[in-house]
Design a protein around this ligand. Structure first.
Ligand code: DQA
Length: 153
């Protein structure tokens, strides 16, 4: 079975983008670590990054179908700045329920500018990991696997 890692806008710049906020780990590193972590738990990872809202929506729709078909256990999603703007991504996640989507933010958005305090995504998310740097992706991966295991137990 598969776990999807989705990253939104500007996360392709990880490693060089505001390293004081987001760290020195690149997206390629994040994806490689995610794939290793998934494999160690007996899953396959698929990773996708886009700067385009519609491309992320298409991925969520496809993930919903694959969840329904039993091929995918869920998605880990850092929506980047779309977190704070996108009703369309909220609707996409609501529209493919019960696909579990775990929202991840590298930085502690609540300790930053007020415009980062509100998330359109959180009410649709199965859980949220915020402020643990790029380790948060691995924490979310483990949470998804535990959730999937508890459903089949
Ligand atoms: C982010 C936080 C968002 O506010 C910001 O727009 C990002 C990254 C994070 O991972 O901390 O692009 O989602």
């Amino acid at each position: 079975k598969t776990i999807l890692l989705l990253n939104g806008p500007n996360l392709n710049l990880l490693g060089t983008r505001e390293p004081a906020v987001y760290g020195a780990t690149t997206l390629a590193d994040v994806e490689a670590q995610f794939a290793e972590g998934a494999q160690a738990l007996g899953y396959k990872a698929e990773c996708f990054q886009s700067n385009h809202e519609g491309a992320l929506i298409d991925q969520i729709h496809a993930a919903g179908q694959r969840f329904a078909a039993g091929d995918l256990i869920g998605a880990v999603f850092n929506p980047g700045a779309f977190t704070h703007t996108s009703v369309a991504l909220f609707d996409a996640i609501q529209g493919v329920k019960p696909l579990p989507v775990i929202e991840v933010h590298i930085s502690n958005v609540h300790a930053r500018e007020a415009f980062r305090h509100h998330s359109y995504i959180s009410p649709a998310a199965a859980g949220i990991v915020v402020g643990f740097g790029t380790d948060g992706y691995r924490m979310a991966l483990e949470a998804l696997v535990r959730k999937a295991a508890s459903k089949t137990a």
